[in-house]
Design a protein around this ligand. Sequence first.
Ligand code: SF4
Length: 256
Amino acid sequence: MPYDPVESHLKIEKLVVRGEGGDQKRRYYRFRIDRWYGGIVTADCVGCGLFCKFCWVSDKVRSSPMKIGRFYRAEDVAERLRSLMMKRRLWRARVSGGEPTIGKDHLLSLLKILDGFVGEFILETNGILIGWDEDYAKKLASYKSLHVRVSLKGCNEKEFELLTGADQRGFKLQLQALKNLIDYGVSCHPSVMTSFSPKSSFINLLERLKQIDPILEEEVEVEELILYPHVVKRLKKYGLKYFVAHPPDRIPPEQI
Ligand code: SF4
């Protein structure tokens, strides 16, 4: 039975978030520099409400959110990111590793602290909570350095359900997230996992994006599967077939 993607996010939130308001803490397990976007300072949080079969996050992190990492205040996360930025002279930052929109107060506090210091904060999200809670997009509109990348799981409802195991209505929430962000003037673009999609699905998706806003069709980013060993194992387990994929050391430069 497919699970409810919103309920699943709210459920995991109880495990990886503590407290409320400006003091809300979130569980993180790593701070690092990553190669994407030409070099980006990254805080890896724990916990996501989707269970994508192609996800690069390790099984250990995905299956034991209570045992991995520890709770951090927004100030502490900002400090770790700032210190890495200064050290490496990199001015882009993000939260990855899990779904960063879990723990709304925590994320908004983190953005507030970093706004004005960071050149660009890239919020990589599956969009479920932003599609479900319009106020989330409204609040995100306050941060000048923010850009949101909504990562669509497949090109339509059916593919979303196949790839995530979640109820296919989640795909509409992903598209709604883009609409909410556009409506509140938040800088954003869609990326889409196309490795499991026939070309016709992608073309239909472009039309749906255009109906939300023509800029989304123009700026869509293609995301393709990376064959990390644990991902290959997982795909085998689920018997999931793909059209296109890349070994980790041979990712096309335009996708880095
Ligand atoms: S939404 Fe992202 S972090 Fe969550 S399971 Fe899917 S790929 Fe992994």
